[in-house]
Design a protein around this ligand. Structure first.
Ligand SMILES: C[S@@+](CC[C@H](N)C(=O)[O-])C[C@H]1O[C@@H](n2cnc3c(N)ncnc32)[C@H](O)[C@@H]1O
Length: 336
């Protein structure tokens, strides 16, 4: 059974997918040190070549097209609705951000690094205090809570597609967060002074991008700002890594960075800032916390989901190490 899954994954999805799926289904919790090394240590040129070349592009496109047929909410539920308490075991305890932090020194805690990131984005938002702000894909409400903590008085709204996140953000934090698909839903015209997204544009499919940027543009008041943090592909559309990523984010497909820029400019935005940041320290910090909380994690989500995240975090580290994608922070202005 195990061998036949590996063999069929290998022929249909390639080497990385087959190894990752095999490890996700391991009969015991993955060993922390050995697992991290397996994914992050340099590989032989032959393995590198094989993992990039197979499956060939036509097979990748056919498979990804099939995966992208599913509703967005199914993909989001599969990744995010596993247990709020499980995520709390490895995310920062103050805000529960599930996105790249900003480590300014090697000794900072995850909590400090996430606060650094939030302050960084806050500086881009250029707020006076009473602006209406929409957070697209607000997760557990981390940035909205941070904005409240800074004394922001304007209306704050968040959208998520995760039921667990919506319950947490609205019931525990008393935030105005609704279960709304920001791709399928129309936004009111000129309704917001600021539109923010942190780590949710990764879930927008290539053919949906132009429309989303246009909706965002139309929903801002003249002179309004959109601030986005997201990662995008550096080299080519449809790399083999997008096949492997289906194990963790079914139905998501990253877009080339130049496609984001073109979509933003086509909508009418003036891009005033675009910087690149390092995701790897955050992934390592989450991994260490997950490992430290292994027993509780196993109680909460069981072996397969535990091993899935143990595999997901170092694979993502490798993804950034190999420069397949970069994490960007961008500011876009709707002309006044
Ligand atoms: C990686 S999490 C980031 C959450 C949060 N921004 C943070 O910094 O922790 C991605 C978020 O995007 C949301 N999302 C993705 N696609 C969405 C869609 N089409 N409509 C609404 N929310 C979406 C998910 O529900 C999730 O909350």
């Amino acid at each position: 059974m195990k061998l036949s899954r590996f063999a069929s994954d290998l022929s249909a999805r390639g080497l990385l997918y087959a190894i990752a799926n095999d490890r996700i289904h391991a009969p015991v919790p993955l060993d922390a040190e050995q697992n991290w090394q397996l994914w992050t240590e340099p590989k032989s040129p032959l393995i590198e070549w094989l993992s990039r070349a197979y499956p060939p592009e036509s097979m990748r496109i056919a498979y990804l097209d099939k995966m992208l047929d599913c509703d967005h909410s199914q993909g989001i539920e599969a990744h995010y609705d596993v247990s709020n308490d499980f995520y709390a075991l490895f995310l920062d305890t103050k805000y529960r951000f599930y996105t790249c932090a900003e480590f300014q020194t090697d000794t900072e805690t995850l909590e400090q690094a996430q606060t650094n990131k939030a302050k960084y984005l806050l500086s881009f938002l250029n707020l006076a205090g009473d602006e209406k702000l929409l957070d697209l894909g607000c997760g557990w409400g981390a940035m909205l809570k941070f904005l409240q903590d800074t004394g922001h008085r304007g209306e704050l709204t968040g959208f998520t597609l995760s039921k667990d996140q919506q319950i947490y953000a609205s019931q525990k934090l008393d935030l105005n967060v609704s279960l709304t698909d920001f791709i399928a839903t129309d936004f009111a015209s000129a309704a917001y002074d600021r539109i923010l997204s942190i780590g949710s544009l990764e879930h927008v499919r290539p053919h949906e991008l132009n429309q989303l940027y246009q909706k965002t543009y139309d929903a801002l008041v003249p002179g309004g700002l959109a601030v986005h943090q997201f990662f995008s592909l550096t080299r080519a559309a449809y790399p083999t890594s997008m096949v492997t990523i289906q194990l963790f984010f079914p139905g998501s497909l990253l877009v080339m960075h130049q496609t984001h820029i073109a979509a933003a400019e086509l909508a009418g935005f003036k891009i005033t800032h675009d910087s690149i940041h390092d995701y790897r320290p955050t992934l390592r910090a989450w991994y260490e916390r997950l490992v430290a909380n292994q027993s509780r994690a196993l109680e909460l989500v069981g072996l397969e989901i535990f091993n899935r995240y143990m595999t997901f975090l170092p694979i993502s580290w490798l993804f950034f190490q190999q420069h397949e994608a970069d994490l960007h922070r961008m500011v876009m202005e709707k002309p006044a």
